[in-house]
Design a binder for this molecule. Structure first.
Ligand SMILES: [Fe+2]
Length: 204
């Protein structure tokens, strides 16, 4: 996490403005465009085309770390645009926590979608994630939010800085299912990347 960390043992507050999609103050603010998710979207031709035609913003994220002498809680806010690459809905990259004892809570404040959780072995869950839903993500579950709606999806997250973010192994394994728009409905399609990944790991 790239941030200007200010250690304080005093109470601090942060303002979340859902209307403007802003969290202030923040210690980290990033934007992820389709090109940042080129490895994640399944339709590679559509991905290349979309990047060539303007590389639109998929999501924006803010973090604020509350560092004291003994603790490192952090608050996050992400805003996922409504859209698709090919038939696949806009989504976050998806990550695992580096530390195996670190859970996280996601709370959806606007929009409609799904929270995908995958232990990258044999358990995959896709829970409905819309305004008012809070979900506990247990340790060692890769997590990704998919915006299946027609409006922005905004969610808030609570985690420890020490949890760490691992993207690469999740990108390689892929989530067990893709979420695609088939005839106007979010539909789960087994991810061909997962089968290839399992094949390559059993051969090694
Ligand atoms: Fe996380």
């Amino acid at each position: 996490m790239d941030q200007k960390l200010m250690k304080t043992n005093k109470p601090t507050s942060v303002q979340i403005n859902i209307q403007d999609g802003q969290m202030l103050p923040n210690t980290n603010h990033d934007r992820r465009f389709v090109s940042h998710l080129a490895e994640q979207f399944s339709d590679q031709l559509a991905t290349k085309d979309t990047i060539k035609n303007g590389d639109p913003l998929v999501y924006e994220l803010f973090h604020h770390a509350f560092i004291t002498d003994k603790t490192d809680m952090a608050l996050g806010m992400s805003v996922i645009a409504a859209g698709k690459v090919g038939n696949e809905y806009y989504m976050t990259k998806g990550h695992l926590h580096e530390s195996d004892d670190q859970p996280e809570v996601y709370y959806c404040v606007a929009g409609q979608g799904l929270l995908l959780m995958d232990d990258l072995k044999d358990d995959f869950q896709a829970l409905p994630f819309s305004a008012g839903t809070a979900i506990h993500i247990p340790p060692q579950y890769a997590h990704r939010v998919v915006n299946t709606g027609t409006e922005k999806l905004t969610f808030v997250s609570v985690f420890h800085v020490a949890a760490g973010h691992v993207y690469q192994s999740v990108a390689e394994a892929g989530f067990a299912y893709l979420v695609m728009d088939i005839d106007g409905k979010p539909t789960f399609i087994p991810n061909p990347k997962r089968a290839q990944f399992l094949n390559s790991t059993t051969k090694n």
